[in-house]
Design a protein around this ligand. Structure first.
Ligand SMILES: [Zn+2]
Length: 580
């Protein structure tokens, strides 16, 4: 409910709507009415009496819920509104400060969130005690005082102090929320040592514990990270909320460092994780986001919540944290598109719309951006209002090899990072960024055992997948398809009812079923044995299949799906097998 309130609060700024505004006021009043006289608020523990408060910090999500209320209130405060919601949140924050602040209770919530909520509330109100309390919660983590969990103290990120850790581990969403709060703390207190530790943790996590979709979390047990390079596509947990949290962290690191690869990470997460969770209509969603589905999902009866890892989107899961997390992110998305520093305005993400903002010295700038990205790679930026001389910067994604920038009748090559133009800008001036959108074959790092001998296809920021329901002849069994490593990657308009503009056609072979083996492991010298019966044709036949963007999979009924496709025989990394 707090995440929904946060989404409503952002929406009232972007798309004012009296019906939603009334609903927001009603829900805020409901929340305020549940608050106790001393400011405490939690409808599970509260009615059981004051002595029941904070009795199950490890699993009760008591402070976690408070953190989400704080973020909802911050969305309201950012809009310049003080109301029931903001007053309730501030009273609760003061209560928690009384209870856990100096000389207060030990311990903190098993599910991080209150830290980042308090940091944001500090920024919005200027009350230093919220920052200090967040710092207290963050610094006491890592001393192995948390309750037992099957995967150990790392489940709660309580195995190593935040400033000593070298990689993110344990429960993915907890890790992301804690890290987001810790980055805020480092920035607000000028703690360079803490910031460097957090950057190091993110870099190691991104390099070794992240799927090509940007998803994180390869273990279902504890909804957790696996070890380095433990990235099985079929057992990927990659919870949608983990992607929301990863965007929160990447955004903070982008602001703290100004480095474009954090904006690249946000883009990857947006197009391949956030966009994947809801269906085309927006009324069903994924909780987990695997990269390989060997069997089509099975629709559950009306009113029955399916298991989280089902490969069909559902209206509801037993734990329904993800949909409102997606909603609050999408409602605040306009805040992620551009940044200002000094006299430079930087476009971090590409979309069609208007940017109206001020440079740091207060001068007003307005830009109109036109693009059909990510289908097309042309981004046209027209200056609508200009205060004279300033710098326009455009992000060039790491994958955009061969990008060019066109302005003043000149075309110049631009490299990954930021393309920058400083000059006197006048209304009507136009800059055009061209990003190469040809589909590319992607190979996994050889350390990722589960992906050896496979490749994936990416076009622009979109990761593609093979889906059983949309093979070009409708008959290819994905289990038998092997991708030709030299295949052309041909972008073609999507045919038939589809929610994607283009598909990528690839060539490969379909292997014929082999005679049953009693045992699937053979010595290399006899690979391929036993000899087939003479009447079984084992010659592979060539086939073409159309890959769809990963975000669009499972939108056309139950299907099997593969992001990583095995390469055909003789391809690098594929173990040789003899055939008759
Ligand atoms: Zn979730």
């Amino acid at each position: 409910m707090y995440k929904l309130l946060e989404a409503f609060a952002w929406e009232t700024v972007v798309r004012p709507d009296p019906v939603r505004e009334r609903r927001l006021a009603e829900l805020s009043a409901l929340v305020a009415a549940a608050q106790e006289d001393d400011g405490y608020l939690n409808t599970f523990f509260g009615p059981r009496g004051p002595d029941q408060r904070y009795t199950d910090l490890a699993h009760g999500h008591e402070l976690y819920c408070a953190g989400h209320l704080f973020q909802a209130a911050v969305a309201r405060l950012r809009a310049g509104v003080e109301d029931d919601l903001t007053r309730t949140a501030i009273r609760l924050a003061d209560r928690i400060y009384e209870d856990f602040g100096p000389d207060g209770l030990a311990g903190s919530d098993g599910h991080h969130e209150v830290e980042v909520g308090l940091m944001e509330l500090y920024r919005a109100t200027g009350h230093v005690r919220y920052r200090d309390l967040a710092g207290h919660f963050i610094e006491q983590r890592g001393h192995q005082t948390s309750e037992h969990h099957a995967i150990g103290h790392e489940y709660y990120l309580d195995d190593v102090p935040v400033r000593e850790a070298t990689v993110l581990r344990g429960h993915v969403v907890r890790a992301m929320y804690l890290t987001a709060g810790a980055v805020d703390l480092a920035v607000e207190t000028g703690d360079g040592e803490l910031l460097r530790a957090l950057i190091n943790q993110w870099e190691n996590t991104w390099a070794r514990r992240t799927y090509v979709t940007g998803g994180m979390g390869s273990r279902h047990l504890g909804e957790s990270f696996g070890r380095d390079f433990e990235l099985p596509p079929d057992r990927a947990y990659t919870e949608t909320c983990g992607a929301v949290g990863a965007i929160m962290v990447a955004w903070r690191l982008l602001l703290a460092t100004g480095e474009s690869h954090y904006a690249d990470a946000i883009e990857r997460l947006l197009y391949n994780m956030i966009a994947t969770s809801p269906n085309a209509e927006g009324d069903r969603f994924f909780y987990v986001n695997p990269l390989l589905a060997r069997e089509p999902g099975i629709a559950t009866a009306e009113g029955v919540a399916p298991f989280r890892e089902d490969t069909l989107r559902a209206t509801w899961f037993w734990v329904a944290c993800c949909p409102t997390n997606v909603v609050r992110l999408l409602s605040s998305l306009s805040g992620y598109f551009a940044t200002v520093r000094g006299d430079a305005l930087t476009l971090q993400q590409y979309f069609t719309g208007e940017i109206s903002t001020r440079l740091q010295d207060g001068r007003k700038v307005r830009l109109d951006v036109t693009t059909d990205y990510p289908w097309g790679g042309t981004v046209t930026v027209r200056v609508g209002q200009s205060p004279g001389r300033w710098t326009l910067r455009l992000r060039v994604p790491l994958w955009a090899d061969g990008a060019t920038l066109e302005h003043d009748g000149e075309v110049q090559a631009v490299e990954a990072g930021y393309a920058s133009v400083t000059r006197q800008w006048d209304a009507g001036d136009v800059v055009v960024l061209h990003l190469p959108m040809a589909a590319r074959l992607i190979q996994p790092d050889s350390h990722i055992d589960a992906l050896r001998g496979t490749a994936a296809v990416q076009r622009g920021p979109l990761v593609y997948c093979a889906e059983s329901v949309v093979s070009s002849d409708g008959a290819v069994d994905l289990e038998t398809f092997r991708l030709d490593p030299g295949t052309r990657l041909e972008s073609v308009p999507a045919a038939g009812p589809n929610d994607t503009a283009e598909v990528v056609r690839v060539r490969g072979v379909v292997t014929r079923p082999e005679p049953d083996r009693a045992w699937p492991y053979v010595e290399p010298s006899t690979a391929g044995a036993p000899a087939p019966a003479a009447d079984v044709d084992l010659q592979p036949t060539t086939a073409e299949i159309d890959l769809v963007p990963y975000y669009a999979w499972s939108n056309r009924g139950p299907s099997t799906m593969r992001v990583w496709i095995p390469l055909s025989e003789g391809a690098p990394g594929q173990s040789p097998r003899t055939r008759p």
